[in-house]
Ligand binder design. Structure first.
Ligand code: ZN
Length: 349
């Protein structure tokens, strides 16, 4: 089993400034860990290209794309305060989206079986005409449109396990039955007022948007329950031809931005299930794309855990200290059951 890793040192050049949680150190720490533990030899490194503008503009407006370019040159400012644009951001954001497209090409051509894109800035909050929540271009959405336009795929599943709601991706495909978007996220986090179970898509896309807002303390068992009771039967019925993962690691119990109490076992379980679904329906084709994850000391281990699952390797990693009480709380179960109930209008669950 060959697993690709997309990485480029230029990804460190997007600099939101001192003290910003989405720092270059995140990616630096991951890559250094893979190097120092001598893990890179197990993977195929995929060199990213800049995304073609037409691929970016399949998702984003031309005005917005040009605005990011101008802001990077220092000629304008973005209305979104938490997404800082530095002089290299435009180019790095094109390289992030382009990295996802290269990974897709390599998986479709069979050069690798699956891939993980170690890219930044992240993407899942980015809207067609607006940066949001540290995100500039929506890397995963650009990938989904590319799969459709270049490879004529009809059914793409996006699994978003970042702690925050994938509101940008949701909006981009809200009326689109060709993209099944599944987002599990902490209910009281950014972005405020989005990610409810009742946001089910519209028009032809009704029933193809699935939100699972979960409470604080959900833990591995809550994720296990949601993935098995909801995502698995959805994937079975949707029968995706390709799976994209918005792989954030901010649901981790030590992450400073959330309180979801997920451990590395939870991420392993999610990666295993996604891989199993990809093998069952999509010829194994899955590309994961880094989104959030802000506990820098833990992020490398979590990414390596998912990489090990994707590659089918026991990487023999020393797990960090993880003492978390893991029980499926009644409130968590109720919330997930409520999401299932809504989706019963569209799927056999
Ligand atoms: Zn996040």
């Amino acid at each position: 089993m060959a697993t690709g890793i997309v990485y480029h040192p230029d990804y460190l050049k997007h600099d939101p400034g001192e003290g910003h949680p989405e720092s270059p150190q995140r990616l630096e720490a991951i890559y250094k860990f893979l190097e120092e533990k001598d893990l890179l030899k197990h993977f195929t490194i995929i060199e990213p290209n800049l995304a073609l503008l037409e691929a970016v503009e399949a998702v984003h407006t031309s005005e917005y794309r040009k605005m990011v370019e101008k802001v990077s040159q220092g000629y304008a400012s973005l209305p979104d305060p938490e997404t800082v644009i530095s002089p290299d951001t435009y180019r790095v954001a094109l390289l992030a989206a382009g990295g996802v497209l290269r990974a897709i090409d390599e998986v479709i051509s069979g050069e690798v079986d699956n891939a993980f894109c170690l890219v930044r800035p992240p993407g899942h909050h980015a809207l067609p005409g607006r940066a949001m929540g540290f995100c500039v271009f929506n890397n995963v959405a650009i990938g989904a449109c590319y799969l459709r336009e270049k490879y004529q795929l009809q059914r793409i599943l996006i699994v978003d396990w970042d702690a925050h709601h994938g509101n940008g991706t949701q909006q981009i495909f809200y009326d689109d039955p060709g993209v099944l978007h599944f987002s599990i996220h902490q209910s009281d986090l950014f972005p405020e007022g989005s990610g409810w179970i009742t946001e089910i898509g519209e028009g032809k896309g009704e029933g193809f948007n699935v939100n699972v807002p979960v409470p604080r303390g959900t833990g591995d068992s809550g994720y296990y329950y949601a993935f098995n009771q909801l995502l698995k039967p959805l994937a079975h019925q949707f029968h995706p031809e390709f799976i994209l993962v918005s792989a954030g690691f901010d649901a981790y119990f030590r992450d400073p931005l959330s309180d979801l109490q997920v451990t590395s076992k939870g991420f392993r379980m999610m990666a295993e299930l996604v891989k199993e679904m990809a093998e069952n329906y999509a010829g194994g084709r899955v590309v994961a794309v880094l989104e959030g994850g802000y506990s820098i000391p833990d992020l490398p281990f979590l990414v390596a855990t998912v990489l090990g699952v994707f590659a089918g390797l026991d990487l023999d990693l020393q797990p960090p200290e993880e003492q978390v009480r893991d029980v499926l709380l009644p409130v968590t179960r109720q919330r997930i059951d409520a999401a299932i109930k809504v989706q019963k209008n569209y799927w056999k669950l």
